[in-house]
Design a binder for this molecule. Structure first.
Ligand code: CO
Length: 165
């Protein structure tokens, strides 16, 4: 029995280690207060693929308080938000076939989650990227910085203050 407990413990530790060790897999939460759980996400340069999961930990349905996670260059954010409004709810407020949208989940309501996988091939290390929610009016609050490349490595090491503003 003693050996089995040891194995179970090791399995548990390995499982926990794997869950937190992959810097290419990100999770972010959103809620009924129109907030993201973090305002900065960082991915180091060795990630050729990124897997991002958005969880809506709220209770309100998607048509009332739906959130998505969209990635773009800082400078493209306002235009994407406007184009998303024009695209409307049937497209989850995300413009279709818009190359400025680098990654996007669909809208999720309370208790739901969505995962998007995307390649970093189109991302430039050190360029300024933002993530945001395209639900009407949300991006004023629901936005954050997305760091890729060397800046992402520094952020992961806990040195965000070294990033150029
Ligand atoms: Co939102």
């Amino acid at each position: 029995m003693r050996d089995m407990r040891g194995i179970a413990l090791i399995t548990l530790l390995l499982g926990a280690g794997v869950a937190h060790a992959d810097p290419c897999k990100l999770t972010i939460e959103s809620n009924d207060q129109m907030q993201f759980s973090v305002h900065e996400l960082a991915v180091p340069p060795e990630c050729s693929q990124v897997e991002l999961t958005l969880r809506n930990v709220g209770k309100l349905p998607a048509k009332v308080m739906g959130h998505d996670w969209v990635l773009a260059r800082d400078s493209d954010m306002p235009a994407i938000v406007n184009a998303g409004l024009a695209a409307g709810p049937s497209h989850g407020y995300v413009p279709q076939n818009d190359s400025r949208v680098l990654a996007a989940t669909h809208l999720v309501g309370g208790g739901e989650s969505a995962t998007v996988e995307f390649s970093t091939a189109a991302l430039v290390s050190g360029a300024r990227y933002s993530f945001f929610c395209t639900s009407p009016g949300h991006s004023a609050i629901m936005r954050g910085r997305f760091l890729f490349g060397e800046s992402g490595r520094l952020a992961q090491a806990g040195k965000p203050e070294t990033h150029p503003q």
